[in-house]
Write a protein that binds this ligand. Sequence first.
Ligand code: CTP
Length: 215
Amino acid sequence: MTILITAGPTREAIDPVRFISNKSSGKMGYAIAQSAAEQGHRVILVSGPTDLDVPDRVDFIPVESSVEMFAAVEHQIAKVDIAIFTAAVADYRPASVPDQKIKKSGETMTLELVRNPDILGSARNQFSYQGVLVGFAAETENLEKNAREKLERKGCDLIVANDVSRKDIGFDANDNEVLLVFPDHTDHPHKDSKQHLAHLILEEAITLTSVSNPN
Ligand code: CTP
């Protein structure tokens, strides 16, 4: 099978030397990519900047901004069976980016931001993608309810939901505890290493390919 994975943070330029980003380490997405490659699947990893080594036998497409990630996914998604969106994509970017470094002037500074494209949310309609679609949801409250709402809104087959208010799991941690929110039920696997959860998420996605395409 061919599996597309987005991972890591995006960087939204403010000027040539500054950017807006977030604390995503990329660990979850890279662990899924590694697990899939070890099983012999073709893996396309579209990733924002991380400190991680690219797993062996993975087609790696490095990107910086959400607009670049959107373009890379749009270009690749038609040929994949499973798409797993783990990236922590910035929701907004600076409205304009000057060619030169911004010099300090007044006591306050206002940065105007504009909405970024929703890459996962574009898969079904804009990209006409019909394969298995897995999204992630980082929430600080009402985990299952918010994740289920995201599942429906973005046309996903599975949302992996993280409680990012907990210090022991999520973003930079090595362990994670997630809810697996499907259209008709929710699973709650126990807390585990990101490697083990990566393997589990991949298995769930592979099972979904036979449900959505029984022949
Ligand atoms: N995502 C994406 N493109 C974006 C924003 C998010 O592809 N511009 C994907 C993420 O990779 C993740 C899922 O959408 O798989 C959920 O992202 P999240 O930021 O939690 O959800 P939002 O829909 O942005 O909702 P909110 O900010 O209201 O929580």
